[in-house]
Design a protein around this ligand. Structure first.
Ligand SMILES: Nc1ncnc2c1ncn2[C@@H]1O[C@H](COP(=O)(O)OP(=O)(O)O)[C@@H](O)[C@H]1O
Ligand SMILES: [Mg+2]
Length: 219
């Protein structure tokens, strides 16, 4: 005896789930920076605070709080505190621009999220994710106005990955949307990995800062 659910019912169930997810999104999306959860938000950085960072660094990057468009490119070796710093920057930036939707996403997670749309059963469309991240989603309030991309250039990039990243970054560049990045690579090293188009836009969109020091994970 075969007690598997008929395929028609499965499809209907997926469609209903999809519709419910979309409705949830619409209900939750308010033009409020708290409304968009960070992907894979971890508890580790929850207590990261402004005082953890050297005052001289805040002084060096003070333009990011004064200029609505300017972001940061934070680079440095593994364990120097880039992700920690990014979470603190997010908190501080939200105080200055509280109505702008703000989200941290790691670049590998971004690709996983987009790749999940390639499966048969999808809860969202690739083009919608790209529009959301590039700040061009309609209705407007699902667009991410301040994006913080962690771990750029960490993977061996495929042509598809470079093109997808370019598409997001170039749209944000054209719209002058505030964007932050962390990477293990300097912009020159990033150029070797991704070509010139992405780093050249980042150089114009961001103040560049290097974090130095020892790997904080090794006590
Ligand atoms: N300024 C800081 N003050 C206190 N702890 C820090 C600071 N910077 C980083 N850490 C801690 O050190 C560890 C490594 O930091 P992380 O930001 O993950 O490094 P990276 O992203 O550069 O690899 C984490 O546990 C983080 O919470
Ligand atoms: Mg990190």
């Amino acid at each position: 005896m075969n007690d598997l659910e008929p395929i028609g019912q499965t499809i209907q169930r997926c469609q209903e789930l999809n519709q419910r997810n979309t409705q949830d999104w619409k209900q939750k999306s308010k033009p409020n920076s708290e409304s968009i959860p960070d992907f894979k938000k971890t508890m580790r950085f929850q207590h990261a605070k402004k005082e953890d960072i050297d005052p001289q660094i805040w002084e060096n990057i003070k333009e990011i709080f004064e200029n609505e468009e300017l972001g940061l490119y934070i680079y440095g070796k593994v364990g120097t505190g880039k992700t920690h710093f990014l979470h603190i920057v997010k908190k501080e930036i939200q105080k200055i621009f509280p109505t702008k939707s703000t989200q941290i996403i790691s670049t590998p997670d971004l690709f996983l999220r987009i790749k999940s749309t390639f499966s048969e059963i999808k809860t969202e469309k690739e083009e919608d994710i790209i529009k959301e991240l590039s700040g061009s989603y309609m209705p407007y309030d699902r667009s991410i106005k301040i994006l913080l991309l962690d771990d750029l250039g960490i993977e061996k990039p495929s042509e598809w990955a470079i093109q997808t990243l370019y598409s997001i970054i170039d749209k944000r560049y054209q719209k002058c949307l505030k964007t932050f990045f962390t990477s293990n690579l300097s912009l020159d090293e990033l150029s070797e990995k991704l070509g010139d188009r992405i780093p050249s836009r980042i150089a114009e969109m961001c103040k560049i800062i290097e974090l130095t020091g020892k790997d904080r994970r090794i006590k």
